[in-house]
Write a protein that binds this ligand. Structure first.
Ligand SMILES: [Zn+2]
Length: 190
C-alpha cells in the first residue's frame, strides 16, 4: 500500500509526530487535507511557516512573543513586583485565561545557571516582593521551589504557591480553568 504513496505517508508520519495525535488521527488528517480540502492544507502550511519565522522567546520573561519583549512585560498596568513563576510558557496562557493574576510572569524551564541568572536580575531590577509558584504539584517541584527560595533568600520576598484544586501530578494545561482560578485565589504561603 505504501509503495507509490510515499509522500502521503510522509505527511501521516509528520502528523503522528505531534503530541496527542495517534496513527488513526494522523491518517485521517492527511487524507482530509489531500483529498477533501487542499486549501486548508496550504493555509496550515503557511501558518506554520509564518509562526516559525516570527515567534520567539521574550527576552525578559521567556514567554512566547512576536517581539523581543512580550505584551505582558510591556504592560505597565500589571504589577511587576508580583511574579508568577511557571515551568512552561504555555502555562501562562492557561493562567491568563483564568483572569486571576495581574502580576508578571517568568518561565523557568530548568534549573540551569543561565535561566537562574536571568531570574535573579529580573527580581532585582523589578524589586519583586511576591513570587507565586504555579507548578504542577509534585515532590520534585517541591524541591524545585525550595531550591529557588534558597537562591533568592537575600531578597525580601514572600513565596506562595497555587493551592487546592490542582491535583497532584496533573500538568497545568490539563486543569480546568475554574479549578485553576480557585487555586490562584487561595494561594498558600510557603
Ligand atoms: Zn515577557
Amino acid at each position: 500500500m505504501k509503495k507509490g504513496l510515499e509522500k502521503f505517508y510522509d505527511l501521516v508520519e509528520a502528523f503522528e509526530a505531534l503530541p496527542s495525535i495517534g496513527k488513526k488521527s494522523a491518517l485521517r488528517l492527511a487524507y482530509h487535507i489531500l483529498m477533501n480540502d487542499n486549501y486548508l492544507g496550504i493555509k496550515i502550511a503557511h501558518s506554520i511557516e509564518n509562526a516559525l519565522k516570527s515567534i520567539k522567546k521574550c527576552q525578559e520573561c521567556g514567554c512566547m512573543s512576536e517581539h523581543e519583549i512580550c505584551e505582558i512585560c510591556l504592560d505597565d498596568s500589571r504589577n511587576a513586583q508580583i511574579l508568577c513563576l511557571v515551568q512552561s510558557a504555555k502555562d501562562i496562557f492557561v493562567i491568563e485565561e483564568s483572569k486571576q493574576f495581574k502580576g508578571k510572569y517568568f518561565v523557568l524551564e530548568e534549573l540551569e545557571q543561565e535561566s537562574l541568572s536571568l531570574l535573579l536580575s529580573y527580581v532585582e531590577n523589578n524589586k519583586v516582593n511576591d513570587i507565586l509558584f504555579a507548578l504542577t504539584p509534585s515532590l520534585s517541584n517541591d524541591a524545585f521551589i525550595l531550591f529557588i527560595e534558597d537562591k533568592l533568600q537575600s531578597f525580601d520576598i514572600s513565596f506562595t504557591k497555587i493551592a487546592q484544586g490542582v491535583p497532584t501530578g496533573v500538568s497545568l494545561e490539563n486543569v480546568d480553568i475554574l479549578s485553576l482560578a480557585k487555586a490562584i485565589q487561595s494561594k498558600v504561603l510557603i
